[in-house]
Design a protein around this ligand. Structure first.
Ligand code: C2E
Ligand code: MG
Ligand code: MG
Length: 699
């Protein structure tokens, strides 16, 4: 017990009674310290109370200035919340009880009072008052919290199912200010059928003491018929035997959060532009199809994977918004003919994937592929632009026996490349041969990496002839790979893989450095060959390296090669990839004195519109045109057209793949400046190339 004195105000007009109380307190069994103040009238008591706060008031009910309940009210009113213990005469039980009802904490019958009874009553009153206040505080806090959190409150009597629903509980469902029956049914019957089982399970496990508290999210039917997401939380109240008798708790409106969550989930799994499922959702569905195929022997599914053959051109020429609209229109057409159980996803960029579920036979899937070709081939009207497109479709079938989604997609992708190789607008079903080829490619890549480390590359040189003067004016450096097992490997076999893996970048720099060094060496040995030119092929990957100019300058200074005798062969596609950036970079190269030749002209995207803006020196006509110049196709005319185009743009023309005297004659007649081909010489090893210049052959 606290060592602080207990302050008592004794309101008593009878001195004898007052002394008695004083004595009892002195003799109190606990030996506490009491500080006794006395007032003999209600007026005096109120006055004392106006400046002091006692721990307890002992109040005689019959006083000269007041009597009975009036006394009680007079004192309670001014007691500032201090507990009041009433003292009455023998026969005033009724009165005493009434006083307690009015707010007195306890009562004592004067004639029965003993020292222990008095002190007990004082302690009891003080304690009871304290608890009441604490309870009120906590109730207030709870009420505040409930209103603050905007939660509804419910209290469910498990014995008779009667249930209290707070105003807020009702208003959440549109029943504010209305009475709804106080029965648990009012809640349960409004629960969304899909959520009811889980709600019952959560309730049961809490009532069975399996969970520390009850918590469940479910939908409740609003008065307007819509469903609202709510979160119910509660705690059971148990009897002595541990059996729950009541459960009470709160109901929070989580509709906004749930809808945001649903939206976020939707966004995470769908493509914002077309609203189709995205790759994540597609992989998920594919995973389910695989699981089903494993369980049900007859279950067959197919995956179609494709991208649009000319999307980039459409995007670049008509603008991104037209490109976007095309994708949306395609999505709509695909959805238009697929079955509801199928999934079509925008896989990324211009890539789409279709999962055809539960098909009868493989031909069902090829029929879908044909339909895709058909739909894409019908013109799309986008803002007055009539656009149509084609796709190369790769197909993988579940009959291969897949266990992982990635494997299906990998094979569909391999098949897509096969379809592309077959030409535009084709589809191909993945088969084992493709798999072997894919494995082969992988091996090639591994070997190629090793080749870079071990420097297994060699440069061959093919002469380029000045057709007018009939003499060698330069060499093109052409890469060869001396594979330890396979011998000499031609670039066609490994350059595409090197491009794809980025290995072309380090390989390309080595070619540049070694070829420059070789040429510089020849010029030191053969001073009359100062004007001899060196052509080096530059891949797109290399071209887009940020340190391109540094690398080139470094190769030139370290070898001392005159920049005006170096030329880069680039292809049209390299320019198309980033036309603006390309022009600026090409200008910088030109400023170094380097010539630029457009390689394989006529095979790539048509960049005629850019051609006049490029600092290009020479156009190299692709050998496919040259080789068929003299047959009855129109290739001869194409060559003529290219030559006259070059003339108009002030460029020179070189012919690749010159193999016959007739071709030479025809090209000379067209005033084509340069020629390169087996007619003059195949690409040669460095020493053989050197011999060739020494002999100074003339044609
Ligand atoms: P390209 O730059 O168009 O090179 C000309 C190709 O035509 C060479 O093939 C050459 O051997 C071949 N050729 C020359 N004259 C004739 C002929 O009369 N008839 C026939 N049928 N073919 C002829 P090669 O050496 O196999 O190179 C193929 C391609 O690989 C090159 O085409 C070039 O694009 C690429 N390449 C070669 N070396 C490099 C390199 O160092 N870097 C890069 N990025 N690409 C290279
Ligand atoms: Mg070339
Ligand atoms: Mg070429």
């Amino acid at each position: 017990m606290s060592t602080e004195k207990i302050r008592i105000l004794l309101v008593e007009d009878n001195s004898a009674d007052a002394h008695l109380v004083e004595r009892y307190l002195r003799d109190s069994p606990g030996g506490e310290d009491f500080e006794l103040h006395r007032a003999d009238r209600v007026g005096a008591a109120r006055e004392w109370l106006s400046s002091s706060v006692p721990d307890v008031v002992l109040l005689d009910l019959s006083l000269p200035d007041s009597d009975g309940l009036e006394t009680v009210m007079g004192v309670l009113d001014g007691a500032n919340g201090a507990p009041v213990v009433v003292m009455t005469g023998q026969d005033d039980d009724e009165l005493a009880l009434e006083a307690v009802r009015l707010g007195a904490q306890d009562y004592l019958i004067k004639d029965h009072v003993t020292a222990p009874a008095l002190t007990r009553s004082i302690h009891y009153s003080i304690e009871r008052k304290r608890i009441q206040e604490a309870l009120r505080d906590s109730e207030e806090r709870y009420a505040l919290a409930v209103t603050g959190a905007n939660d509804g409150v419910w209290d469910w009597n498990l014995r008779d199912e009667s249930t209290y629903f707070s105003e807020r509980w009702k208003s959440m469902l549109g029943w504010e200010g209305e009475t709804i029956p106080s029965h648990s049914d009012e809640w349960i019957r409004r629960v969304h059928p899909d959520d009811l089982r889980q709600l019952e399970r959560d309730l049961e496990s809490h009532l069975a003491s399996e969970t520390a508290h009850f918590e469940n999210e479910h939908r409740l039917r609003h008065r307007d018929g819509t469903y609202q997401w709510v979160l119910a939380r509660g705690l059971a109240v148990r009897g002595e035997d541990g059996e729950p008798t009541r459960i009470a708790g709160s109901l929070s409106d989580i509709d906004g959060r749930k809808k945001t969550e649903e939206q976020l989930l939707h966004d995470a799994l769908h493509d914002a532009l077309t609203q189709l499922p995205n790759s994540a959702l597609f992989i998920d569905r594919l995973g389910m199809a695989i699981a089903q195929a494993e369980r049900r022997p007859g279950f067959l599914f197919g995956v179609l994977f494709f991208d649009l053959d000319r999307f980039k051109v459409i995007n670049d020429s008509l603008g991104h918004s037209v490109g976007d609209r095309l994708l949306i229109a395609i999505a709509r057409r695909l959805l238009g003919f697929l079955r509801p159980g199928d999934t079509v996803a925008r896989y990324g960029g211009d890539e789409f994937a279709i999962l055809a579920n539960d098909i009868e036979e493989p031909s069902d899937v090829t029929r879908i592929a044909e339909r895709v070709h058909e739909e894409l081939g019908r013109p799309f009207d986008l803002d007055g632009h009539e656009v149509f497109t084609t796709a190369s479709i790769g197909i993988a079938l579940s009959s291969t026996g897949y266990r992982r989604a990635q494997d299906v997609l990998r094979d569909a992708d391999i098949a897509m490349y096969r379809a592309k190789a077959l030409g535009k607008n084709q589809h191909a079903i993945f088969d084992e041969a493709m798999h072997h080829r894919a494995v082969e490619l992988l091996r090639l890549e591994t070997d190629l990496r090793r080749a870079v480390d071990r420097d297994e590359f060699e440069i061959y040189y093919q002469p380029i002839v000045d057709l007018d003067r009939g003499r060698i004016e330069g060499f093109e450096a052409l890469l060869r790979w001396r594979h330890p097992k396979r011998g000499l490997v031609q670039p066609e076999e490994f350059i595409p893989v090197a491009e794809e893996t980025g290995l072309i970048v380090p390989i390309g720099w080595t070619v540049l450095e070694q070829a420059c060094a070789q040429m510089a060496e020849w010029k030191r040995e053969l001073p009359e060959m100062q004007a001899l030119a060196l052509s080096v092929n530059l891949s797109g990957k290399q071209f887009s390296q940020p340190d391109l100019l540094e690398r080139v300058e470094q190769a030139l200074t370290s070898t001392g090669l005159d920049p005006s005798t170096l030329r880069f062969e680039i292809t049209e596609s390299l320019i198309m990839d980033d036309a603006e950036g390309a022009v600026a970079k090409l200008r910088r190269l030109q400023e170094l004195g380097i010539q630029l030749h457009i390689d394989d002209f006529g095979t790539g995207y048509s960049s005629l519109s850019y051609l006049h803006r490029l600092p290009t020196h020479t156009i190299k006509i692709d050998r496919s045109f040259v080789s068929r110049m003299n047959d009855r196709s129109n290739h001869g005319e194409i060559v003529e057209t290219i030559v006259s185009l070059a003339r108009n743009l002030g460029m020179k023309v070189a012919a690749e793949g010159l193999e016959t005297a007739e071709q030479l004659e025809r090209l000379r007649a067209l005033d084509c400046e340069l020629g390169q081909g087996f007619f003059f010489s195949e690409p040669l090893e460095a020493s053989a190339a050197r011999d060739l210049i020494c002999r100074d052959p003339r044609w």
